[in-house]
Design a protein around this ligand. Sequence first.
Ligand code: S3P
Length: 176
Amino acid sequence: MNMNCNIVLTGFMGAGKTSLGKAVSKILQVPFLDTDDLIVQSEGMPVSEIFRTKGEDYFRSLETETVRALGDRGDRYVLSVGGGLVMRPENRVLLHRCGLVVYLKAGIDTLAGRLAHDTKRPLLHQGEGTLEEKIARILALREPVYEEAADVVFLNDNKPFQQAAREIASLADSKA
Ligand code: S3P
């Protein structure tokens, strides 16, 4: 396949960035990268442990370093980024250096269904309220930022998985 640009997947936790990102990378025959995975590898501990021992700010700085380094690479990849990464303005600039920024958008019910048994995401295990309430609270702050930061908004609520992966892969040809 003729791939002109990298695909960068953003969106809320549970939006399908990792699973779809892997499928898109297979279609495009390029490596799949994930900012959380890169951070976990370099720090030698899970994200929840980084939050617990070093704090969220520290994690956010690692995200910035990671996405900066990715933008400096000249190679092809499909990238999935942590759901909160877009919230730092400098990260949004850096993301566009990595490739075409695709916001994987999903509704609260879809997200809650996918996150119901989560044990790895610290933000879902702090604060008051049900899972739906927590998602709604964080999403209300983030939704405008996801939209603003995106080159493409891709609705990922009910679409068959392989169809969604093919459609996202085809976006790689849309920006040189
Ligand atoms: C976070 C999302 C997580 C991970 C961390 C914080 C967030 O990544 O980076 O738990 O702030 O939304 P995923 O979006 O891949 O779950």
